[in-house]
Design a protein around this ligand. Structure first.
Ligand code: GH3
Ligand code: MG
Ligand code: MG
Ligand code: MG
Length: 319
């Protein structure tokens, strides 16, 4: 672990340095003033990737120094981002209770008076480093937990088969985006997609092949609805839905047409379809026309539009 030794006296600095070195501490850095120490900390701590060598695990801080006194220096160290958990041991000739109090108030963790007993210094260094080790361990655990939570959160909003958002995520996102559309005074569009004659597809090619087909369609939709803010979701068994924030009806219709065309161009054989020899999709489009649109209203409109696309011959977009 790394120790920063701050003392204006070269004698003391080197004495502590050699003592620690002898005990096997390898990463020892010396600073002759608080200013130098702080400069060193800034140089190392605010880098993106701190190596074990650049990390500071403990500071031994002199009390009386000509530029900035130890107590003040403690405060300054604590004010540096990322230096809140690094133990500081004050090593000082001042022994009065007021200085001691001020040192702890400034953020020192421990205190040793000069001339110090070497065994005592070593014992306090060991204890402080142990504390730092425990803090680091706890922090690493917290980081891991955070990552796991994030992953769980992501997993709980994703459809297992297709990898697009699931219904739960869609419901949340639609509410959020409707509110945002009101706030930003923009139009929001929703596009609902249903595979044509998919029951016949399953009956002909089997359910497993049906699942593969769903995945392929989902991939096409992912390509189409990929603007930041767009949400592609599996709405039901063979139905998908795309939220298109900040998109008017023409824009949404355009995106829907591209999706329809791209699916057709995949040329997934479907011998039992009544509209093509390939798998096709029908699409409904709905757009908010004022700022009093509820989730129910826009979903009912998009559902009706999809119904029209089916009624009018399938493999088409309807608004
Ligand atoms: P239309 O053109 O009117 O949409 O006809 P359709 O046959 O697609 O409509 P229908 O709603 O009658 O059938 C949908 C089919 O989708 C029935 C169901 O077995 C199938 N399906 C739903 N979810 C899944 C799934 O997760 N995997 C597979 N393979 N099939 C599914
Ligand atoms: Mg001094
Ligand atoms: Mg359906
Ligand atoms: Mg269908």
């Amino acid at each position: 672990m790394s120790i920063l030794i701050v003392d204006d006296s070269v004698l003391v600095r080197v004495l502590i340095h050699d003592l620690l070195k002898e005990k096997g501490y390898k990463n020892l850095v010396m600073a002759s003033s608080a200013r130098e120490a702080i400069a060193y900390i800034h140089q190392n701590i605010n880098k993106k990737h701190i190596t074990k060598n650049q990390q500071i695990d403990l500071i031994l801080m002199d009390g009386i120094m000509p530029d900035i006194e130890g107590v003040q220096a403690c405060k300054m160290v604590r004010d540096i981002d990322g230096m809140q958990d690094v133990p500081i041991i004050m090593v000082t000739g001042k022994t009065d209770i007021a200085t001691l109090e001020a040192a702890f108030e400034a953020g020192a963790n421990d205190y040793i008076t000069k001339p110090f007993n070497t065994l005592e210094l070593l014992a306090r260094v060991r204890a402080a480093l142990h504390l730092k080790y425990e803090i680091d361990k706890r922090k690493a655990r917290e980081r891991e937990l955070e990552e796991v939570n994030k992953l769980l959160q992501e997993l709980s909003s994703i459809d297992g088969l297709t990898g697009v958002a699931n219904r739960r995520r869609f419901d949340e996102a639609l509410l959020t985006e409707l509110k945002r559309a009101v706030r930003k005074k923009t139009q929001l569009s929703v596009v609902m997609i249903d595979i044509d004659f998919f029951k016949e597809y399953n009956d002909t090619y089997g359910h497993q092949q049906g699942d593969e087909c769903l995945k392929e369609i989902a991939n096409v939709l992912k390509e189409v609805g990929k603007r930041p803010g767009d949400v592609v979701a599996r709405y039901g068994g063979e139905e998908f839905i795309i939220i298109l924030p900040d998109t008017d009806v023409l824009g949404a219709e355009n995106i829907a047409s591209i999706a329809r065309q791209k699916v057709e161009e995949k040329e997934i054989p479907h011998s039992k379809s009544k509209v093509s020899s390939y798998v096709t999709i029908s699409i409904g489009v709905a757009t908010t026309k004022n700022h009093s649109y509820t989730k129910e209203k826009i979903l009912s409109e998009v559902d009706k539009a999809l119904y029209h696309a089916k009624r009018n011959g399938r493999n088409r977009v309807s608004v």
